[in-house]
Design a protein. Structure first.
Length: 210
């Protein structure tokens, strides 16, 4: 597996990725990680190789259940799309085969994985909700207590805890149990760059190749 192939697999382990961002000048800012280092020609070829090897699949945002193998021309056109994220556009994600391949290389420790999100909570029908989930209750409690939570000022004493059985940890990985804590954060607070950097540095490392 090449460095570029692994980069593309690793980038999509938690969620599908819009193809248009892969050739963006601010890819590091958008994905919060180092870029892939491939020129446009190699990027298109690498995406195509992963598709034909059955390691990734693509779909358009408006037709998520209709996966297909695009041509090189279609991949190139997707990189040039100007649509807003979430409106049309091509997305890629791991297949089951691709997930197995990534796990083989990365050797993830799922008991160290914490899913963390901020925004609209569909279940609570409420915005400005932070949510942390982990299969490791002790790790989650320590992280919730000591993390700066992406720079948001949070009243931890008002948090709500529950348990998910089973827990859909990612779109392709299900774990037997997940401990969840949810909390509100103020809508008018914009985390500083320093606060966001501290948040990233405090995230637990849960796989070998990152």
């Amino acid at each position: 597996m090449t460095r570029g192939e692994y980069w593309l697999l690793e980038t999509a382990i938690e969620s599908a990725i819009p193809v248009l961002c892969l050739d963006s000048g601010n890819i590091e800012l958008f994905l919060n990680k180092m870029g892939h280092g491939m020129d446009r020609h190699l990027l298109i070829r690498t995406l195509s190789d992963l598709l034909y090897d059955g390691l990734i699949q693509v779909y358009t945002f408006d037709h998520r259940d209709e996966v297909y193998i695009p041509s090189l021309e279609q991949i190139s056109a997707a990189l040039d799309e100007k649509s807003q994220l979430g409106v049309g556009g091509m997305y890629y994600q791991l297949t089951k085969k691709g997930a197995v391949m990534w796990e083989t290389f990365a050797a993830p420790e799922w008991n160290l994985f914490i899913d963390e999100s901020y925004g609209w909570d569909e279940e609570m029908q409420q915005d400005n909700i932070g949510c942390l989930i982990s299969t490791n209750q002790e790790l989650l409690a320590k992280y919730f207590k000591h993390s700066n939570l992406n720079g948001y000022p949070v009243k931890r004493e008002h948090s709500k805890w529950d348990i998910l059985r089973p827990w859909q940890a990612t779109y392709w990985k299900t774990l037997p149990i997940g401990y969840r804590v949810r909390f509100e954060y103020p809508p008018d607070h914009e985390p500083t760059i320093d606060e966001q950097e501290m948040f990233r540095m405090n995230r637990p490392t849960w796989y070998a190749w990152g």
